[in-house]
Ligand binder design. Structure first.
Ligand code: SF4
Length: 366
């Protein structure tokens, strides 16, 4: 089983963000820790192969928070000796002392939300850090002994060009991180960016430009030794994110914390997103047993996100030859149109296909 822990705290909200997170609530950190420990105890008893602490900004939590949190985790779960244990970190909030704490509690992978190595682009996103802050934080993580580091970048930032993205990629590659994620900016309703986009769409790179950025990124990173293993994820050999691969392969996971979801025995559980309810009492707000149709759809949709795609034999083994044959036959038309490729047993997206994967996956849903 995999374990996810949600930390919904941020210093302040970024202009494009619609994640479940809140700025300026640090004074609740002890109450939140108590609630997490309460739920770790309640849902404990499992062996975990990966742990992912995501947010929000997990690195805003005060020193000592993760000492206590990991004490609670270890009291209630068995962590496999080779477990991948990741934390998301924002550059402006990681101090050398926090990096040492992370290493001490067993965290062995840090994912930095850098987004861009160009300060003007960071300002456009409403981020609290600049590139120099990031360099300091990166150094703190390495000095603390973290040997597996991922850096997030973004394509589609207002004012960004193909050249400036290339410059960001080039700067971060010089640091030799083990892993990179490059996400395309999504303009979410209700964020300051959606208002900006309505008034000034010209401030954003257009769709054609973002497609070019994406193609350039794949090319650039391949030359630097980073293999694409999912739509937005690239890794040096052996450093793909095991936790996320688990999601795409439908490994059971337990989500702890505000708004977290879990998948256990093909049942999806969701924790309440109401802050007061969560701190007061609990816990799982909804429970939905997935139908066989949902499970098949998920297997196809999540499998195709990965560069390795889906295979006839794996689908046949899990769902029978009828479903496997039917699915593969439907993918044939996308291969003819250049959106997919296939080898003997396997269908997977091309770069052109990844660019429109949302539309194709929606078409494939039944
Ligand atoms: S730091 Fe991340 S989670 Fe927090 S507001 Fe910014 S984008 Fe959202």
């Amino acid at each position: 089983m995999e374990l996810y822990i949600h930390i919904p705290f941020c210093k302040r909200k970024c202009d494009y963000c619609d994640f479940l997170s809140f700025g300026g609530r640090e004074y609740y950190s002890q109450n939140y820790l108590n609630a997490l420990c309460r739920d770790l105890k309640r849902y404990g008893g499992h062996t975990v192969s990966t742990i992912y602490i995501g947010g929000g900004t997990p690195s805003v939590m005060p020193l000592g928070f993760y000492d206590k949190l990991f004490e609670c985790i270890r009291e209630n779960f068995l962590i496999l000796p080779d477990a991948e244990i990741s934390i998301e970190v924002n550059p402006g909030t990681l101090t050398p002392a926090k990096a040492v704490e992370y290493k001490r509690v067993g965290i062995n992978r840090i994912s930095f939300g850098l987004q861009s190595a160009i300060d003007e682009e960071l300002q456009a996103l409403g981020r609290i850090h600049n590139y120099t802050d990031f360099l300091k934080s990166y150094e703190s993580a390495r000095k603390a002994g973290i040997q597996n580091i991922s850096i997030d970048l973004m394509a589609g930032i207002p004012g960004q060009t193909e050249e400036s993205l290339k410059s960001s990629l080039s700067k971060v590659c010089m640091l030799h991180p083990e892993h990179l994620s490059v996400y395309m900016l999504i303009i979410e309703n209700g964020t300051p960016f959606s208002d900006l986009y309505k008034e000034h769409p010209e401030a954003f790179p257009d769709e054609e430009m973002v497609s070019k950025m994406y193609e350039m990124t794949i090319d650039f990173l391949a030359k630097k030794g980073y293999e694409q293993y999912e739509i937005s994820n690239f890794a040096r050999n052996g450093y793909s994110c095991r936790h996320n691969i688990g999601y795409w392969k439908r490994v059971p996971y337990l989500g702890i914390g505000l708004g977290a979801s879990s998948l256990i025995d093909d049942t999806r559980y969701r924790v309440t997103s109401d802050w007061d309810d969560y701190l007061k009492e609990l816990s799982y707000e909804s429970e939905e047993k997935l139908s066989m149709k949902d499970i098949k759809n998920e297997a196809v949709m999540l499998g195709l996100r990965m560069k390795e795609g889906i295979s006839y034999s794996a689908l046949a083994e899990e769902f029978g030859e009828g479903f496997a044959g039917y699915t593969i036959a439907r993918l044939g038309k996308y291969a003819e149109e250049g959106y997919m490729e296939h080898d003997y047993d396997r269908f997977f997206f091309t770069t052109k296909g990844f660019l429109v994967s949302n539309t194709i996956l929606a078409e494939l849903m039944e």
